[in-house]
Design a protein around this ligand. Structure first.
Ligand code: KG4
Ligand code: ZN
Length: 338
């Protein structure tokens, strides 16, 4: 029998609902919260309020687009964490009500695991999935991790950031340049017409597979401050080269450790995941490295890079098959590991 799963994502500033039938995607609705743009970052209180407003219409649309009603859903999967507690609470409360009223099981999902498992969704555009074990570089606004994925529900984090995440580095440096939030996509766009070799910034020297981005951020900030002393319009005049050089530095940091991990583990199957994997430079670099190193690579479709409920639903599918359900007293978790 086929299983219809409704997925709910509300960990940060996107309210999303998706429906899958087994691994096949039927719908994936995302409501972005424009309200944070004016504040240069996500305001937790405004995020939970927007989730409250969005969640019912978003679920309604996801069911409609899938051609189903709530009576057709066999289980509901939701992000338990990590994320903003107030935002997670909105999703969890909604899911408890839905599950109770329909008499169906709830499945609690780790948001990070879900970013990785997005590669197993079956869509019109994509049919092949990674073979185990594979290495996943998970890069988002909150996380930068190197993960060995041994099975759908068996993952080991072998590298982590010791300070900022890669997405944070993009966003914070963009803010220093006076660009809007989130800065990652804006830097990506500006970088397309810039010279990535024009400016050099500090790169960390950390042991093994760990990451650090705070040194790069500070070096970027000091460089801009010193340059602006000489020329007030320095940023404006050099926007494209600054964006391209910054993006290049972040990509170099990420790939140095990914290449080391691939060499030392002997894993040649490599995947990208998370919001920063939307970055065009990061994506094309993976293709270049794959040619050089004989890697088999998996790059997510753009629509599945940033937060979405399709990834929650597909993770729910594997947990459903493993019989891993949540109990009624489940609570969200701001911090969560595998
Ligand atoms: O995975 P995600 O939607 O949310 C978290 O779980 O954090 O990732 C959001 C992050 C933000 O930092 C945003 O700037 C970054 O992903 N991002 C990008 C691009 N698109 C989104 N960074 C660089 N280039 C992009 N094209
Ligand atoms: Zn995310």
């Amino acid at each position: 029998m086929s299983i219809n799963i409704l997925g709910i994502e509300s960990s940060c500033d996107d309210t999303s609902a998706a429906v899958i039938r087994d691994r096949q995607l039927l719908s994936n609705i995302i409501a972005n919260q424009e309200v944070h743009k004016n504040y240069g970052g996500v305001v937790p209180e405004l995020a939970s309020r927007a989730h409250q407003q969005n969640i019912i219409p978003v679920v309604d649309m996801a069911l409609k687009q899938a051609g189903l009603t709530s009576a057709d859903i066999h289980a509901i999967a939701f992000t338990r964490g990590p994320g903003l507690l107030g935002s997670l609470l909105v999703g969890t409360s909604f899911v408890k009500g839905f599950a109770l009223s329909r008499g169906i099981p709830m499945i609690d999902i780790n948001h990070l695991q879900a970013h990785v498992l997005v590669h197993f969704l079956e869509t019109a555009e994509k049919t092949h999935t990674p073979d185990f074990p594979f290495l996943c570089l998970l890069v988002s606004g909150g996380h930068t991790q190197l993960i060995v994925v041994r099975d759908h529900l068996e993952m080991e984090i072998i590298g982590n950031t010791i300070d900022d995440a890669a997405g944070e580095a993009f966003d914070k440096c963009a803010k220093v340049m006076g660009l809007p939030y989130p800065g990652g996509p804006v830097i990506d766009k500006l970088a397309k017409d810039g010279d990535p070799g024009r400016f050099q910034f500090n790169k960390p020297k950390l042991s093994k597979y760990d990451y650090s981005f705070s040194g790069l951020k500070t070096s970027f900030l000091y460089f801009l401050r010193d340059s602006m002393k000489k020329d007030q319009d320095f940023i404006l005049k050099n926007q494209n080269d600054l964006a391209a050089s910054l993006q290049q530095a972040i990509i170099d940091i990420l790939y140095t450790k990914l290449i080391l991990a691939a060499e030392e583990t002997g894993i040649r199957e490599i995947a990208l995941a998370g919001g920063v994997s939307a970055n065009s430079g990061l994506r094309s670099r993976l293709q270049e490295e794959a040619m050089l190193r004989n890697w088999i690579i998996h790059i997510p479709e753009f629509r599945f890079t940033t937060d979405n409920a399709a990834m929650i639903a597909i993770t729910g599918y594997y947990k459903y098959r493993a019989g891993q359900f949540a109990t009624e007293d489940i609570t969200p978790r701001a911090r969560m590991f595998f």
